[in-house]
Design a protein around this ligand. Sequence first.
Ligand code: ZN
Ligand code: ZN
Length: 392
Amino acid sequence: MQQTQAAVITAFGEPTEVMDVPLPPMKTGSTLLRVDAATLCGTDIGRWKGALREGGKDQAFLKPLHLPFVPGHEICGTVEEAAGPVRDILGAEVRPGDRVISSYGHCGECYYCRVTRQTSFCAGVISYGHWQPEQLRGGCARHQIVPPSASLIRVPDGISPAVAASGSCALRTVMHAMEQLGAIESHETVLVLGAGPLGLYALAVAADRGAGRKLMIGAPERRLDVARGWGADRLLNLDEEPDAGRRVDWVLAQTGGRGADIVINCASGAAIVEALRMCRPGGRLSQIASSSGAEIGMPGALLFKGVRMSFPVMAEARHFYQAMVFLDLRRNDFPFDTMISSSFSLEETGAALAGMAELREMKPVIFPNAMPGDSVREYGRQTDGDIRPVRR
Ligand SMILES: [Zn+2]
Ligand SMILES: [Zn+2]
Protein backbone atom coordinates (compact mmCIF):
# COMPACT_ATOMS: atom_id res chain seq x y z
CA MET A 1 0.00 0.00 0.00
CA GLN A 2 1.54 3.23 -1.14
CA GLN A 3 -1.15 5.70 -0.28
CA THR A 4 -4.31 6.28 1.69
CA GLN A 5 -7.02 8.92 1.79
CA ALA A 6 -7.94 11.69 4.19
CA ALA A 7 -10.71 14.26 4.53
CA VAL A 8 -8.92 17.58 4.46
CA ILE A 9 -9.99 21.01 5.65
CA THR A 10 -8.60 23.39 3.04
CA ALA A 11 -10.64 26.47 4.00
CA PHE A 12 -12.18 27.35 7.37
CA GLY A 13 -15.87 26.52 7.59
CA GLU A 14 -15.98 24.93 4.12
CA PRO A 15 -16.76 21.32 3.17
CA THR A 16 -13.84 18.92 3.49
CA GLU A 17 -12.10 17.43 0.45
CA VAL A 18 -11.07 13.79 0.28
CA MET A 19 -7.46 13.64 -0.93
CA ASP A 20 -4.98 10.91 -1.70
CA VAL A 21 -2.13 10.98 0.80
CA PRO A 22 1.13 9.05 0.34
CA LEU A 23 1.98 6.80 3.27
CA PRO A 24 5.11 8.25 4.87
CA PRO A 25 7.98 5.99 5.93
CA MET A 26 7.32 4.56 9.39
CA LYS A 27 9.68 5.59 12.17
CA THR A 28 10.81 2.76 14.43
CA GLY A 29 8.30 2.36 17.24
CA SER A 30 5.41 3.91 15.35
CA THR A 31 2.20 2.12 14.46
CA LEU A 32 0.00 2.31 11.38
CA LEU A 33 -3.70 2.06 12.18
CA ARG A 34 -6.63 1.53 9.88
CA VAL A 35 -9.16 3.95 11.34
CA ASP A 36 -12.31 2.07 12.34
CA ALA A 37 -14.16 5.10 13.70
CA ALA A 38 -13.50 8.78 14.30
CA THR A 39 -15.91 10.76 16.43
CA LEU A 40 -16.08 14.55 16.43
CA CYS A 41 -16.30 17.02 19.32
CA GLY A 42 -16.43 20.76 19.88
CA THR A 43 -12.66 21.06 19.48
CA ASP A 44 -12.98 19.85 15.88
CA ILE A 45 -15.65 22.46 15.26
CA GLY A 46 -13.50 25.23 16.73
CA ARG A 47 -10.62 24.22 14.47
CA TRP A 48 -12.85 23.80 11.40
CA LYS A 49 -14.22 27.30 11.84
CA GLY A 50 -10.78 28.71 12.48
CA ALA A 51 -11.88 29.97 15.89
CA LEU A 52 -9.44 27.81 17.79
CA ARG A 53 -6.07 29.07 16.59
CA GLU A 54 -4.33 27.89 19.76
CA GLY A 55 -0.87 28.40 21.13
CA GLY A 56 0.97 31.51 22.11
CA LYS A 57 3.17 32.43 25.04
CA ASP A 58 0.78 31.08 27.67
CA GLN A 59 0.27 27.77 25.96
CA ALA A 60 3.44 26.59 24.26
CA PHE A 61 1.96 23.08 24.30
CA LEU A 62 -0.68 24.12 21.75
CA LYS A 63 0.53 24.51 18.20
CA PRO A 64 -0.91 27.20 15.93
CA LEU A 65 -3.33 25.89 13.34
CA HIS A 66 -2.39 26.02 9.66
CA LEU A 67 -4.41 25.00 6.60
CA PRO A 68 -4.73 22.43 5.19
CA PHE A 69 -5.25 19.89 7.96
CA VAL A 70 -7.02 16.64 8.71
CA PRO A 71 -9.59 16.90 11.55
CA GLY A 72 -10.41 14.21 14.07
CA HIS A 73 -8.67 13.49 17.36
CA GLU A 74 -11.06 10.82 18.71
CA ILE A 75 -9.91 7.68 17.01
CA CYS A 76 -10.30 3.94 17.31
CA GLY A 77 -8.30 1.84 14.88
CA THR A 78 -6.98 -1.57 14.03
CA VAL A 79 -3.24 -2.10 13.82
CA GLU A 80 -2.06 -2.74 10.26
CA GLU A 81 1.66 -2.45 10.84
CA ALA A 82 3.93 -1.98 13.84
CA ALA A 83 7.41 -0.67 13.00
CA GLY A 84 9.59 -2.85 15.16
CA PRO A 85 8.38 -4.31 18.39
CA VAL A 86 5.69 -1.95 19.73
CA ARG A 87 4.21 -2.54 23.16
CA ASP A 88 0.89 -1.38 24.57
CA ILE A 89 0.51 0.57 27.80
CA LEU A 90 0.59 -2.68 29.78
CA GLY A 91 3.76 -3.94 28.09
CA ALA A 92 2.19 -6.52 25.79
CA GLU A 93 3.36 -6.63 22.19
CA VAL A 94 0.97 -5.06 19.71
CA ARG A 95 0.26 -7.05 16.55
CA PRO A 96 -1.64 -6.46 13.30
CA GLY A 97 -5.34 -6.91 13.91
CA ASP A 98 -5.32 -5.51 17.46
CA ARG A 99 -7.94 -2.83 18.12
CA VAL A 100 -6.53 0.18 19.93
CA ILE A 101 -6.85 3.83 20.86
CA SER A 102 -3.80 6.00 21.38
CA SER A 103 -2.81 8.60 23.94
CA TYR A 104 -0.94 11.67 22.74
CA GLY A 105 2.79 11.53 22.19
CA HIS A 106 5.27 13.74 24.01
CA CYS A 107 9.01 14.43 24.03
CA GLY A 108 9.87 12.49 27.18
CA GLU A 109 12.78 14.79 28.01
CA CYS A 110 11.41 18.10 29.27
CA TYR A 111 10.37 19.57 32.63
CA TYR A 112 6.75 18.49 32.10
CA CYS A 113 7.61 15.01 30.90
CA ARG A 114 10.30 14.24 33.47
CA VAL A 115 9.78 16.37 36.56
CA THR A 116 6.07 17.17 36.90
CA ARG A 117 4.81 14.26 34.78
CA GLN A 118 2.15 16.46 33.17
CA THR A 119 2.82 15.43 29.62
CA SER A 120 -0.13 17.44 28.27
CA PHE A 121 1.97 20.56 28.83
CA CYS A 122 5.02 19.24 26.96
CA ALA A 123 5.85 21.67 24.13
CA GLY A 124 6.44 18.59 22.00
CA VAL A 125 3.06 17.01 22.71
CA ILE A 126 1.63 15.30 19.64
CA SER A 127 -2.13 15.66 19.83
CA TYR A 128 -4.26 14.79 16.82
CA GLY A 129 -6.63 16.49 14.41
CA HIS A 130 -4.70 19.59 13.32
CA TRP A 131 -1.82 18.35 11.17
CA GLN A 132 -0.92 18.53 7.49
CA PRO A 133 -2.40 15.57 5.58
CA GLU A 134 0.94 13.85 4.94
CA GLN A 135 1.54 13.49 8.69
CA LEU A 136 -1.49 11.17 9.00
CA ARG A 137 -2.31 12.43 12.48
CA GLY A 138 -6.04 12.96 12.10
CA GLY A 139 -8.92 10.56 12.55
CA CYS A 140 -10.88 11.64 9.47
CA ALA A 141 -8.66 9.51 7.27
CA ARG A 142 -8.48 5.88 6.31
CA HIS A 143 -5.19 5.55 8.19
CA GLN A 144 -3.46 7.15 11.14
CA ILE A 145 0.15 6.91 12.29
CA VAL A 146 0.69 6.71 16.04
CA PRO A 147 4.09 8.14 17.00
CA PRO A 148 6.50 6.08 19.11
CA SER A 149 6.04 8.30 22.18
CA ALA A 150 2.27 7.75 22.37
CA SER A 151 0.79 4.90 24.39
CA LEU A 152 -1.48 2.34 22.79
CA ILE A 153 -4.43 1.10 24.78
CA ARG A 154 -6.37 -1.96 23.73
CA VAL A 155 -10.08 -1.59 23.07
CA PRO A 156 -11.98 -4.24 25.02
CA ASP A 157 -13.98 -6.77 23.00
CA GLY A 158 -17.60 -5.72 22.67
CA ILE A 159 -16.88 -1.98 22.86
CA SER A 160 -17.79 -0.51 19.49
CA PRO A 161 -15.24 1.56 17.57
CA ALA A 162 -17.50 4.62 17.88
CA VAL A 163 -17.80 4.39 21.66
CA ALA A 164 -14.09 3.65 22.04
CA ALA A 165 -13.28 6.71 19.91
CA SER A 166 -15.50 8.92 22.06
CA GLY A 167 -13.78 7.51 25.15
CA SER A 168 -10.42 8.64 23.76
CA CYS A 169 -11.42 12.29 24.24
CA ALA A 170 -14.42 13.12 26.40
CA LEU A 171 -14.13 10.21 28.82
CA ARG A 172 -10.36 10.38 29.25
CA THR A 173 -10.70 14.11 30.00
CA VAL A 174 -13.34 13.28 32.61
CA MET A 175 -10.95 10.72 34.14
CA HIS A 176 -8.32 13.46 34.35
CA ALA A 177 -10.87 15.79 35.96
CA MET A 178 -11.84 13.16 38.52
CA GLU A 179 -8.20 12.56 39.44
CA GLN A 180 -7.80 16.28 40.13
CA LEU A 181 -11.08 16.50 42.06
CA GLY A 182 -10.23 13.61 44.37
CA ALA A 183 -12.65 11.29 46.11
CA ILE A 184 -16.39 11.90 45.88
CA GLU A 185 -18.16 11.17 49.16
CA SER A 186 -21.53 9.45 49.31
CA HIS A 187 -23.23 12.46 50.96
CA GLU A 188 -22.07 14.88 48.28
CA THR A 189 -24.17 16.42 45.53
CA VAL A 190 -22.48 16.67 42.15
CA LEU A 191 -23.79 19.19 39.64
CA VAL A 192 -22.85 18.76 35.98
CA LEU A 193 -23.24 21.75 33.66
CA GLY A 194 -23.66 20.77 30.02
CA ALA A 195 -25.34 17.67 28.59
CA GLY A 196 -22.93 16.91 25.75
CA PRO A 197 -20.60 13.91 25.76
CA LEU A 198 -18.29 15.48 28.38
CA GLY A 199 -21.23 16.17 30.70
CA LEU A 200 -22.75 12.73 30.19
CA TYR A 201 -19.47 10.95 30.89
CA ALA A 202 -18.90 13.20 33.93
CA LEU A 203 -22.35 12.23 35.19
CA ALA A 204 -21.65 8.52 34.67
CA VAL A 205 -18.28 8.58 36.40
CA ALA A 206 -19.60 10.72 39.30
CA ALA A 207 -22.44 8.23 39.76
CA ASP A 208 -19.99 5.35 39.60
CA ARG A 209 -17.74 6.95 42.20
CA GLY A 210 -20.57 7.20 44.68
CA ALA A 211 -21.96 10.72 44.42
CA GLY A 212 -25.00 11.05 46.67
CA ARG A 213 -27.09 13.08 44.26
CA LYS A 214 -26.47 14.01 40.64
CA LEU A 215 -27.90 17.20 39.16
CA MET A 216 -27.55 18.30 35.57
CA ILE A 217 -28.32 21.49 33.69
CA GLY A 218 -28.25 21.24 29.92
CA ALA A 219 -30.12 20.97 26.64
CA PRO A 220 -31.64 19.87 24.35
CA GLU A 221 -34.20 17.41 25.65
CA ARG A 222 -32.75 14.48 23.69
CA ARG A 223 -29.50 14.80 25.62
CA LEU A 224 -31.34 15.10 28.91
CA ASP A 225 -33.13 11.86 28.08
CA VAL A 226 -29.74 10.17 27.84
CA ALA A 227 -28.77 11.75 31.18
CA ARG A 228 -31.92 10.35 32.79
CA GLY A 229 -30.89 6.91 31.64
CA TRP A 230 -27.41 7.48 33.05
CA GLY A 231 -28.55 8.28 36.57
CA ALA A 232 -29.22 12.03 36.83
CA ASP A 233 -31.53 12.61 39.81
CA ARG A 234 -32.74 16.07 38.83
CA LEU A 235 -32.43 17.86 35.49
CA LEU A 236 -32.98 21.44 34.45
CA ASN A 237 -33.56 22.11 30.77
CA LEU A 238 -31.46 25.10 29.80
CA ASP A 239 -33.84 25.93 26.96
CA GLU A 240 -36.66 26.31 29.46
CA GLU A 241 -34.69 28.40 31.95
CA PRO A 242 -32.67 31.01 30.07
CA ASP A 243 -32.20 33.16 33.17
CA ALA A 244 -28.87 32.46 34.88
CA GLY A 245 -30.05 33.85 38.23
CA ARG A 246 -33.00 31.48 38.30
CA ARG A 247 -30.75 28.57 37.37
CA VAL A 248 -28.59 29.38 40.41
CA ASP A 249 -31.76 29.50 42.53
CA TRP A 250 -32.74 26.07 41.21
CA VAL A 251 -29.41 24.62 42.35
CA LEU A 252 -29.69 26.29 45.77
CA ALA A 253 -33.20 24.87 46.14
CA GLN A 254 -31.85 21.37 45.47
CA THR A 255 -29.01 21.67 47.96
CA GLY A 256 -30.47 23.12 51.16
CA GLY A 257 -29.51 26.63 50.07
CA ARG A 258 -25.77 25.82 50.09
CA GLY A 259 -24.92 25.01 46.48
CA ALA A 260 -23.49 21.80 45.10
CA ASP A 261 -20.51 20.19 46.83
CA ILE A 262 -18.90 19.54 43.46
CA VAL A 263 -19.60 21.35 40.19
CA ILE A 264 -18.24 19.93 36.94
CA ASN A 265 -18.51 22.58 34.25
CA CYS A 266 -18.68 20.98 30.83
CA ALA A 267 -20.80 23.77 29.33
CA SER A 268 -18.44 26.56 28.30
CA GLY A 269 -15.55 28.62 29.56
CA ALA A 270 -17.83 31.55 30.26
CA ALA A 271 -20.13 29.39 32.40
CA ILE A 272 -17.42 29.30 35.08
CA VAL A 273 -19.01 32.36 36.70
CA GLU A 274 -22.36 30.60 36.98
CA ALA A 275 -20.59 27.44 38.11
CA LEU A 276 -18.91 29.33 40.95
CA ARG A 277 -22.27 30.72 42.05
CA MET A 278 -23.74 27.22 42.04
CA CYS A 279 -20.88 25.72 44.08
CA ARG A 280 -21.17 25.76 47.86
CA PRO A 281 -18.61 27.72 49.88
CA GLY A 282 -15.58 25.48 50.32
CA GLY A 283 -16.72 23.15 47.55
CA ARG A 284 -14.90 21.91 44.48
CA LEU A 285 -15.16 22.96 40.86
CA SER A 286 -13.72 21.22 37.83
CA GLN A 287 -13.53 23.49 34.81
CA ILE A 288 -13.45 21.06 31.91
CA ALA A 289 -15.11 23.20 29.25
CA SER A 290 -12.76 25.59 27.57
CA SER A 291 -13.56 28.35 25.12
CA SER A 292 -10.86 30.25 23.39
CA GLY A 293 -11.07 33.93 22.78
CA ALA A 294 -13.26 36.12 24.95
CA GLU A 295 -12.15 37.40 28.32
CA ILE A 296 -14.23 36.21 31.25
CA GLY A 297 -15.23 38.72 33.90
CA MET A 298 -16.63 37.94 37.32
CA PRO A 299 -17.38 39.66 40.63
CA GLY A 300 -14.23 39.45 42.76
CA ALA A 301 -16.35 38.35 45.73
CA LEU A 302 -16.75 34.94 44.09
CA LEU A 303 -13.06 34.32 44.73
CA PHE A 304 -13.76 34.56 48.46
CA LYS A 305 -15.88 31.41 48.46
CA GLY A 306 -13.01 29.08 49.11
CA VAL A 307 -13.85 26.93 46.11
CA ARG A 308 -11.04 24.63 45.07
CA MET A 309 -10.83 24.79 41.31
CA SER A 310 -9.09 22.47 38.89
CA PHE A 311 -8.64 22.78 35.14
CA PRO A 312 -7.89 19.52 33.36
CA VAL A 313 -6.10 20.02 30.06
CA MET A 314 -6.22 17.07 27.66
CA ALA A 315 -5.12 13.94 29.51
CA GLU A 316 -2.20 11.68 30.34
CA ALA A 317 -1.83 8.15 29.00
CA ARG A 318 -3.20 6.64 32.23
CA HIS A 319 -6.49 8.50 31.75
CA PHE A 320 -6.94 6.98 28.30
CA TYR A 321 -6.40 3.58 29.89
CA GLN A 322 -8.85 4.35 32.71
CA ALA A 323 -11.41 5.39 30.10
CA MET A 324 -11.21 2.05 28.28
CA VAL A 325 -11.47 0.12 31.56
CA PHE A 326 -14.55 2.15 32.54
CA LEU A 327 -16.22 1.46 29.17
CA ASP A 328 -15.45 -2.22 29.59
CA LEU A 329 -16.55 -2.74 33.19
CA ARG A 330 -19.52 -0.36 33.30
CA ARG A 331 -21.13 -1.11 29.94
CA ASN A 332 -24.14 -2.72 31.61
CA ASP A 333 -24.70 0.29 33.88
CA PHE A 334 -24.54 2.96 31.18
CA PRO A 335 -25.75 2.38 27.60
CA PHE A 336 -22.79 4.24 26.12
CA ASP A 337 -23.92 3.87 22.52
CA THR A 338 -26.96 6.10 23.13
CA MET A 339 -24.52 9.02 22.96
CA ILE A 340 -23.55 8.34 19.33
CA SER A 341 -25.90 10.41 17.18
CA SER A 342 -25.36 9.79 13.43
CA SER A 343 -22.78 8.14 11.24
CA PHE A 344 -21.03 9.43 8.14
CA SER A 345 -18.64 8.27 5.45
CA LEU A 346 -15.24 9.89 4.92
CA GLU A 347 -16.68 11.91 2.03
CA GLU A 348 -19.34 13.29 4.39
CA THR A 349 -16.91 14.61 7.02
CA GLY A 350 -17.88 18.20 6.19
CA ALA A 351 -21.56 17.39 6.73
CA ALA A 352 -20.74 15.82 10.10
CA LEU A 353 -18.81 18.95 11.13
CA ALA A 354 -21.71 21.16 10.04
CA GLY A 355 -24.24 19.01 11.92
CA MET A 356 -22.12 19.27 15.04
CA ALA A 357 -21.68 23.02 14.66
CA GLU A 358 -25.44 23.46 14.36
CA LEU A 359 -26.01 21.27 17.45
CA ARG A 360 -28.00 18.74 15.42
CA GLU A 361 -25.44 16.12 16.38
CA MET A 362 -24.40 15.04 19.84
CA LYS A 363 -21.51 12.76 18.88
CA PRO A 364 -21.31 12.06 15.14
CA VAL A 365 -19.11 9.19 14.02
CA ILE A 366 -17.19 8.88 10.77
CA PHE A 367 -16.41 5.44 9.41
CA PRO A 368 -13.49 6.30 7.07
CA ASN A 369 -13.16 2.77 5.75
CA ALA A 370 -16.83 2.12 5.03
CA MET A 371 -16.93 0.34 1.67
CA PRO A 372 -19.14 1.31 -1.25
CA GLY A 373 -22.47 -0.38 -0.58
CA ASP A 374 -22.15 -0.11 3.19
CA SER A 375 -24.81 2.02 4.75
CA VAL A 376 -23.27 4.38 7.23
CA ARG A 377 -26.68 5.86 7.91
CA GLU A 378 -27.83 2.89 9.94
CA TYR A 379 -25.94 1.39 12.78
CA GLY A 380 -25.50 -2.31 12.89
CA ARG A 381 -26.28 -2.68 16.57
CA GLN A 382 -25.25 -6.13 17.62
CA THR A 383 -26.33 -7.67 20.88
CA ASP A 384 -23.01 -6.61 22.41
CA GLY A 385 -23.79 -3.00 21.57
CA ASP A 386 -21.35 -2.88 18.67
CA ILE A 387 -21.90 0.00 16.29
CA ARG A 388 -20.57 -0.30 12.76
CA PRO A 389 -21.74 0.42 9.23
CA VAL A 390 -24.41 -1.95 7.98
CA ARG A 391 -23.10 -4.07 5.11
CA ARG A 392 -25.74 -4.67 2.48
ZN1 ZN B 1 -12.67 15.65 21.42
ZN1 ZN C 1 8.20 16.87 27.02
